[in-house]
Design a protein around this ligand. Structure first.
Ligand code: CTP
Length: 402
């Protein structure tokens, strides 16, 4: 059976779709899984712990401060003694709590304490699903590595309401769980990768610095996509406001020279993808003290020194990774400039994009790139940065195939 011996911790939260989780329990057990149920207060308004416990053939956990349950199992063990945590249905409220790390009942405490993979099957009114707050929470959870199945489109329990928000069908949830345990070898398993991301900050004095508009979104997405294919990833990130990708070794740096050191320390590796917008120049001698305006004195000029080129150093290194990819941020002559960088920096591929302000690429969610290789150019359509990342990771896996 597909799920033999798998231990599912099933969190049921309060929505009309909770009645479907009774069927979910049955289907999971049919396939050989054991199901340990946790119900929120809301869930118990829709279905009873008695029904859930009977189908699961296990104790139903409902209280955070239950003396008996804490003595027997305890919420930390509950959070860890399973192979996967499934939330079905997952309400907007429970997703919001999870996105913010709130732990004020048993379900949310388990979600904060668990180190197991989490699969959620959201169910809510379409207006709630479309709400900007829910959008933000879902985006946060996705970056945190939480998986989703559904919601589906269709009629709601409320009459006359339709849209996206119905919980995924039970068999689709079962399929998502099976897919999770599908032990097909991942194409980059056993491979190591170094990714740089974000801008660098080059200090002028203790309070001022030279920087650029890079957000780190593309580099972080690439690190996550390589991780998804099984690679062991070191992400060297300049100062960004986005979270570290889950399951990736993230090293935070400020200056180009620090980024260089961190990248060198991460060698050898099979893959290097240099996405960071590294400052080409640093201030030759940054001041230890804040530079003050002196009445009558002339305006200071900044003498710059060239920063090390990290991509080029990696591309020509004796420990050169098997595949070295650079980015080229251009505002004109994209292909010509990209090709020149490919040669000069010893890369196998340059991902060139137009970063003119009108494109909104810098800081935005989408990217339109051209792949410049030694054997030609391939133009990709305008894509979400996550999609660019997924395609690039797949291409790397393809090239590294034995
Ligand atoms: N890069 C790097 N170290 C630097 C400068 C750039 O590793 N000091 C990498 C970037 O991460 C990117 C590629 O080189 O993968 C190209 O970056 P880009 O800024 O487009 O190129 P530059 O060499 O800085 O050329 P220019 O600014 O003249 O376009």
């Amino acid at each position: 059976m597909a799920l033999t011996g798998k231990r599912v911790l099933l969190i049921i939260s309060g929505g009309i779709a909770a009645y479907k989780s009774l069927d979910l329990i049955r289907r999971l057990r049919e396939r050989g899984a054991s199901v340990r149920p946790v119900m929120t207060d809301g869930a118990q308004k829709f279905i009873t712990p008695l029904a859930v416990g009977a189908l699961a053939a296990d104790h139903v956990f409902t209280e955070l401060f239950s003396r008996e349950d804490e003595q027997d199992v305890g919420h930390i063990r509950l959070a860890r003694d399973c192979d996967i945590v499934v939330i079905a249905p997952a309400t907007a409220s429970l997703l919001a709590k999870m996105a913010h790390g709130l732990a004020d009942d048993l379900a949310s405490t388990i979600l904060l304490a668990t180190d197991r993979p989490i699969l959620t099957a959201p169910a809510m009114n379409p207006k709630m699903w479309d709400n900007a707050a829910t959008r933000r929470n879902i985006a946060t959870l996705q970056t945190d590595g939480v998986s989703f199945v559904g919601p589906a489109k269709g009629e709601m329990a409320e009459r006359g309401e339709a849209g996206t928000g119905r919980m995924a069908e039970v068999l689709d949830i079962v399929a998502a769980i099976e897919l999770h345990f599908d032990e097909k070898p991942k194409p980059l398993a056993g491979r190591s990768a170094i990714v740089t991301s974000g801008p660098t900050h080059e200090p002028i004095d203790p309070v001022r610095y030279i920087a650029n508009r890079s957000s780190g979104k593309q580099g972080h997405a690439i690190a996550a996509a390589l991780r998804d294919l099984g690679a062991k990833v070191t992400l060297v990130s300049g100062p960004v406001t986005i979270p570290d990708p889950h399951g990736v070794n993230t090293i935070h740096v400020e200056r180009a020279e620090e980024m260089m050191q961190a990248v060198m320390a991460a060698l050898p590796a099979d893959i290097a993808i240099m996405v960071a917008a590294v400052a080409d120049w640093r201030v030759a001698s940054a001041s230890d003290q804040k530079i003050k305006k002196q009445p009558g004195q002339s305006i200071p000029t900044l003498a710059l020194a060239e920063n090390p080129d990290i991509l080029s150093t990696v591309g020509h290194h004796k420990l050169r990774p098997k595949i070295v990819i650079g980015f080229a941020a251009e505002t004109q002559d994209i292909e010509k400039n990209g090709r020149a960088k490919l040669e000069r920096k010893g890369a196998d591929l340059i991902v060139a994009n137009d970063v003119s302000p009108a494109t909104g690429v810098m800081g935005g969610a989408r990217n339109q790139v051209k792949l410049i290789g030694h054997d030609g150019v391939e133009a990709w359509p305008d894509l979400d940065k996550d999609e660019v990342a997924a395609r690039l990771a797949a291409l790397v896996a393809e090239r590294l195939k034995p």
